[in-house]
Design a protein around this ligand. Structure first.
Ligand SMILES: [Fe+2]
Length: 253
């Protein structure tokens, strides 16, 4: 446990790519662009072996082909997304394990943001990479999936151990926190906003978050709670209906 090192590589304007290394071998998750990845690899003498993609959006696969041209690597992504992920070599399916040296990476389907979004779960290290499905204090926009699908995806993440670290695709934490505050203004979220402000003032990522912290604060995780439902409507809401209301409100926030 704890053999892998995760480095956060800020890309484009607010994306995060992640370099996961085991000794001097590395894989990169969602290389938005190649340059910052190449710089990091060279500076740290790492040998890139794989690219893993959570979904096909350009700001997650933008570096795929340049990295493939430069290094002897394989690109892995959802088998169902093989037409949309540039340079894909390894086709992954739900519940399959992808092996990186001695480390087993589990594939979890988390549709909603796109129909074929996947997350990479490394159980031994208590780490999950969620792409644009789950953000710190938020979740992705529903470009291809239904509210029901996204709620189910969130429930899969909620079932992981509380100490699981979540590494997501963007630095959207502050705007998500302000959205939560607009619906459920409490001390906890105020304190969180102060914490985010301090980190961002120093240009430090607010990532990773944890499953436990998201359950405490992320309103999208709380769509099944009566106190949240009562803030949204006087009528009885199913969990999916409550989730849909929250997601629609965030779309126009
Ligand atoms: Fe995306």
């Amino acid at each position: 446990m704890g053999n892998l090192k995760v480095d956060i590589i800020p890309c484009l304007s607010d994306n995060y790519s992640y370099i996961v290394s085991d000794g001097n071998q590395a894989l990169v998750i969602d290389p938005s662009e190649s340059k910052p990845i190449i710089n990091f690899l060279e500076k740290n003498n790492l040998e890139l072996k794989f690219v893993l993609n959570t979904h096909h959006h350009f700001d997650h696969v933008g570096g795929n082909l340049e990295l493939k041209n430069k290094y002897n690597i394989l690109i892995a992504g959802n088998a169902n997304d093989k037409e949309r992920i540039p340079g894909i070599d390894i086709l992954l399916n739900e519940n399959e394990k992808f092996n990186f040296n001695m480390n087993s990476i589990e594939i979890i389907n988390v549709p909603g943001h796109t129909s074929e979004c996947i997350a990479f779960y490394i159980k031994n290290e208590n780490i999950i990479f969620t792409g644009d499905s789950i953000f710190s204090l938020g979740c992705g926009r529903l470009f291809e999936g239904s509210p029901q699908q996204m709620w189910n995806s969130i429930c899969k993440i909620k079932r992981l151990p509380n100490n699981t670290k979540i590494y997501c695709g963007h630095e959207y934490t502050m705007s998500n926190a302000k959205f939560i505050q607009s619906i459920n203004n409490n001390t906890q979220i105020k304190l969180k906003i102060n914490e985010i402000e301090d980190l961002r003032a120093k240009d430090i990522p607010t990532i990773p978050t944890t499953v436990g912290d998201e359950k405490e604060l992320n309103i999208f995780f709380q769509a099944d709670q009566d106190n949240i439902k009562s803030l949204l409507s006087k009528d009885f809401l199913t969990d999916e209906e409550a989730f849909k209301i929250i997601r629609s409100a965030k779309d126009v926030f």
